[in-house]
Ligand binder design. Sequence first.
Ligand code: WT7
Length: 652
Amino acid sequence: MSSAASDVFPPPKDFAAHAAIGSRAAYDELRQVALADPEAFWAARARAGLHWFKPFGKVLDWKPPFAQWFLGGETNASFNCLDRHLTGWRRNKAAIVWEGENFEQRTLTYLELHRRVGQLANALLALGYRAGDRAIIYLPMIPEAAVAMLACARIGVTHSVVFAGFSSEALRTRIEDLGAQLVLTADYGRRRGREVPLKKNVDEALEHCPGVRHAVVYRHTNGPIAMRAGRDLEWAELVASAQPGCPAAHLPSEHPLFVLYTSGTTGKPKGVVHSTAGYLTQVLATMEWVFDLRDEDVYWCTADIGWVTGHSYIIYGPLAAGATTLMYEGAPDWPRPDRFWELIAKYRVNVFYTSPTAIRSFIRQGEAYPAGHDLSSLRLLGSVGEPINPSAWRWYHRVIGHERCPIVDTWWQTETGAILLSPVPGAVAAKPGSATLPLPGIVAEIVDAKGEPVPDGQQGYLVLRKPWPSMLRGLYGDPERYQENYWSRYPGSYFTGDAAHRDADGYYWVLGRVDDVINISGHRLSTMEVESALVRHPQVAEAAAVGRPDELKGQSLVVFCTLKGDAAATPELSEELRAWVAREIAAFARPEEVRMVEALPKTRSGKIMRRLLRELVTTREVKGDTTTLEDYAVLLKLSVEGKDEEEILGKN
Ligand code: WT7
């Protein structure tokens, strides 16, 4: 599959001239070195990139599917993100530049951030928390979220950030699965002028979580909240009496830095476990390769800290690199559609990293909004979370980048920890819609159902052949599911769950998920999770959820339900079910459409044939017209004669 010359965007000459990796030849050499001896390559990155309290010995212990990196070494993520910047001029550099939704501004230098992290860490130590304990962080996009993560990391408390848009129910299941003893939260968050009752959600969740000893509450909006004596503690009071200096714990390389829950193919979210040294080594390497970061840059990743992008590319990556990271609390279109462009102009942002869904919504709003602001500070643009359609890529390139800025389309996953496929902007020509090449040390391949590599141009499954330092170390408390989910399909190789093809230039084109995971605006959602939420509703008998292509969000959610005996299929019930899912999971999971049907298509063994429903919602409008109903009847009939879903899926 070759591309027309017009589809290729070579690195702009002046960009390449100043880039850390400024030519394809230099880059190919780096990849070659990594390929020739991956362990030596990563060991050198780890030694040069991190501060070690104790040097590591063995580089990699690989007992598939369990990897351990940099054995015997001791380090600390919080120390690497803070203390080592304090010895030189960076101590007074802005670490976090924050803007609130209400235009409030705060800047924390490395020294100031270090002080606040130390205070909170000391307060947590005084409460008895130690390495090995687990904390849930349920905070809005405010600097305290970074302080909380780094304070936990400092003393070895494994953190799990729960996106502040998640419901109390979703919060509860994560607290329970993790067996967390501590929750760090705020009174309220701000979203489009509304106040989101975070503490109230925590209160509801904690009704069912007796294992949580403390909830530390930061007063953000100062709205009314209930505080339970003995359990709930005021953040401000705790840190006021704490010393700022807190020595960073010397932690083994493999110490679990964080667990992040993400949707899998069952109703239960998976707790993806990340390590300390391997994670940080690779995240830091990608800051250099992909974002070509310079000390004077203002770097802005628009993700939320509740997702892995926020962990790796708002907090750990930029701070380990000593960068200035911009953090914005609110929505892109609040109070006006030009909020992002205003922020770029105001803070002179140089590197801007956002999602295709955001870009598509900017396209809808029109070019007048970005045109009204000075975007000349921008040097590099990034995209993440879903495939970017070539027309959105071109718009981004022309309207935001003024045809001057390279675009890095970065492919990775919660599980991979760091970016694995992406152009290196000064070295690799971009093609709109392609994440281009695997980064150094990454061995990717596209295989068929049997695991055989497919010829270039042919679609197959994206797999990774070799372990990499920032890979997940497992699923929290569930080694079998880890093995089964990622390593059973192609023994020895990591199965990404994505379909892709590779073109004649060796470029990868990632097409999307092949499992029952859908991607709504870059947020991963399991159809099974939605179905389990729906069948908890007293009037729903069975449910099937599928993704439908959506021009704005990439995919949107359509659900089919059968009702219990006496329930009537009314528009009110349909609305109620939509709201129910939003409340049980999160607002982004609210179904676009609820179809109440007589029966669901099933295989002989009784499994719901989601694939047929997927086809139905993809190829036809499902608005209740007769064509659809006939199609649906045909589907039901088909399913009676039906093959097993696996059988059909296998031919995908
Ligand atoms: C899934 C991972 C990576 C952090 C945010 C999402 C899709 C991600 C791209 C891209 C095509 C992409 C894949 C992947 N995806 N980036 N550049 N091009 N698809 O993390 O929630 O773990 O989702 O997002 O389908 O498997 P996540």
